[in-house]
Design a protein around this ligand. Structure first.
Ligand code: FDA
Length: 324
């Protein structure tokens, strides 16, 4: 590792731990000037604090023929009432989706997993029922490896009653090829990501050519098993490989990218006729989300500083719409 890479790694580690510090989060919330400054930086990736902000951005993207996912951001909620409030918010999000999209995503630890499995399961079923009535896909995000077994258990129990539920799998975990095989061959909705969390070396691979290779193999395997696959990456090399291998030809796969990240790539793929879904987030927990987006790509720190210093409103959806 050279000097520059060493500093990038230190920045990544620092931001991932800063994102999890409640004292810093609460300091930011209680300090108006800092809060509004950082919120400007977060505005590049988060639609706003309210559900209407999420709907507005998703609707604009849908009008420009993108598929969308919407998420009310949050995780690791340890208070029962807050879990119930998060589930209620997600329920309203589903109910009001209308033309804005057909997929809602969430973290199980936002709605009960950090309290107890039963609570998480009850909330999951309520959301799945609401989503089924509204003809919406309900996608479970994947969290730290300490939770993988519990998340997969809840998913397996629920999906046998509600096939509209999808699951996210992380290519960086060494167990994922087996987890994918264990889902069987009945068609499921699966999102494949590289993985955002820091994991012990014995459980996971770090970013490398070997991880990219495993990612592609998982995508191929999932498609061959007949699953509906969201290829959730901004890695242009992988995206080109997927196209060259003809993996989208079955009509069962799509690209999915986070709102505000590489919009020009999304626009290029979409205008070339490939199905592209944009994952839009909103809510008060933007601090954690902002830290993650900078941690996974440190040059985003420059964008954050420019956004904080700029007088112009940040409107990332223009970059998707302007070019279509
Ligand atoms: P990688 O990190 O290797 O980056 C490859 C290239 O993509 C970079 O060189 C850069 O060009 C570009 N890029 C990547 N991140 C960027 C950024 N922030 N800003 C600008 N450019 C960037 N994770 C998880 O653990 N659980 C989950 O449930 C989800 N859910 C999820 C849904 C969707 C729709 C997406 C796209 C991603 C997730 N993730 C996730 C996050 C995922 O695990 C991963 O951390 C990010 O997608 C970044 O990894 P890439 O695959 O983009 O490749």
């Amino acid at each position: 590792m050279n000097h520059e890479q060493e500093w990038e790694q230190r920045l990544t580690d620092t931001l991932k731990s800063v994102a999890r510090r409640p004292d810093l989060k609460s300091y930011v919330e209680k300090t108006p000037w800092l809060n509004s400054l950082l919120q400007r930086a977060a505005g590049q990736y988060v639609a706003g604090e309210d559900r209407q902000d999420g709907h507005k951005v998703a609707r604009r993207l849908a009008e420009a023929r993108y598929r969308t996912s919407l998420e009310f951001i949050g995780e690791n909620t340890a208070d029962v009432e807050m879990c119930q409030a998060a589930a209620e918010e997600t329920k309203s999000l589903i109910r009001e989706l209308g033309e804005a999209g057909d997929r809602v995503s969430f973290d199980l630890s936002h709605i009960g997993l950090s309290v107890e499995m039963d609570l998480a399961y009850r909330q999951l079923i309520r959301l799945a029922e609401e989503a089924q009535t509204a003809n919406v896909e309900l996608f479970i995000s994947m969290e730290e490896s300490a939770k993988t077994d519990r998340i997969l258990d809840l998913y397996r129990q629920a999906v046998s009653h509600y096939p509209n539920i999808g699951i996210t799998l992380q290519a960086h975990l060494n167990r994922t090829p087996q987890d994918l095989a264990a889902l069987g061959d009945s068609p499921r909705r699966i999102r494949i990501v590289k993985g955002a969390y820091q994991e012990p070396a014995e459980y996971a691979m770090s970013r490398s050519a070997a991880l990219d290779e495993r990612y592609l193999t998982l995508v191929q395997d999932a498609i061959h098993r007949g699953h509906l696959v969201s290829i959730a990456t901004h890695d242009e090399r992988i995206i080109n490989e997927v196209i060259n291998l003809g993996l989208l030809d079955s009509g069962n796969a799509e690209f999915e990218m986070l709102y505000g990240i590489r919009p020009e790539l999304s626009a290029k793929l979409q205008s070339a006729g490939y199905p592209v879904r944009i994952y839009v987030t909103y809510g008060h927990e933007w601090f954690l989300y902002l830290c993650h987006r900078i941690a996974e790509y440190p040059p985003n720190l420059y964008r954050a500083v420019v956004a904080m210093a700029s007088d112009e409103a940040v409107e990332p959806y223009q970059a998707y719409i302007g070019t279509t």
